[in-house]
Design a protein around this ligand. Structure first.
Ligand SMILES: [Zn+2]
Length: 238
């Protein structure tokens, strides 16, 4: 079988046997794939530069017994500076983890690919807080997967909530709820919900502009992850 050329971002790696590495890769052409880089952990191996987390590049793969093996690779972007701070590494890891959970095997998704690419790029080179990029990524991911929460009106009675200072938020009802309809739910400021609404809509290429005030960031992080865990049905490492 001839080799196939694929563009991909390495989301996760697992060492295997003495010198192999198995990679979970988000590819432009085939969605989520698993690729083995044989021998890449030997000293100065030609596949070593590509076979690490967050690397974006062009891979030549061949298929043997239904399994993809990396035969050569060109690194287009290592996003190496992600590793320079713990905060950057943590945010990038959560992005890679969430992308792997929602990506479809064998099914290309240009929007998801671009979103991951831009998010890693901003974490690597941007000057904003990596947490803001991470939360913006999650907000956009929720919308992309069809789980954009209601943010400006009560999901129960339909009342416009934009004039309020604080409202309630319900994961099971899918967003904002007025005080009268949901006094048992989590309290959240409409300022934070407006920030979330803007992050969902921002162009991926503009993510480096996101700068959340500290109180909004503190309020949105648990809200976004609780909601994402509820709708995606996976646990996020916190
Ligand atoms: Zn209501």
């Amino acid at each position: 079988m001839p080799n196939d050329v694929l563009n991909g971002i390495v989301l996760r790696t697992t060492d295997y046997r003495e010198s192999d590495r198995i990679m979970s890769v988000l590819s432009k052409e085939r969605g989520l794939i698993t690729v083995t880089a044989r021998g890449c952990r030997k000293p100065n191996h030609r596949l070593a530069a590509f076979a690490s987390q967050f690397t974006y590049g062009e891979m030549e793969v061949n298929e043997r017994a239904g399994k993809l093996q990396l035969s050569s690779a060109a690194v287009l972007e290592s996003f190496y500076s992600i590793r320079e701070s713990y905060e950057q590494l943590l945010s990038a890891s959560r992005i890679a983890n969430a992308a792997e959970r929602v990506a479809d095997r064998g099914d290309p998704n240009d929007d998801l690919f671009l979103l991951v690419y831009h998010a890693l790029s901003v974490i690597s080179y941007g000057e904003n807080d990596p947490k803001d990029t991470e939360l913006c990524f999650m907000a956009k991911l929720l919308r992309m997967e069809g789980f954009a929460p209601a943010l400006t009106y009560c999901v129960k009675c339909g009342r416009d909530l934009r004039g309020e200072k604080e409202v309630r938020f319900s994961n099971s009802l899918g967003g904002s709820v007025c005080e009268r309809c949901g006094s048992a739910f989590l309290t959240v400021s409409t300022l934070s919900l407006e920030a979330l609404r803007r992050m969902m809509l921002i162009d991926p290429g503009e993510m480096r502009r996101v700068r959340l005030p500290e109180n909004v960031r503190r309020e949105l992080e648990p809200l976004i992850y609780d909601y994402a865990e509820y709708v995606f049905e996976f646990k996020v490492k916190r």
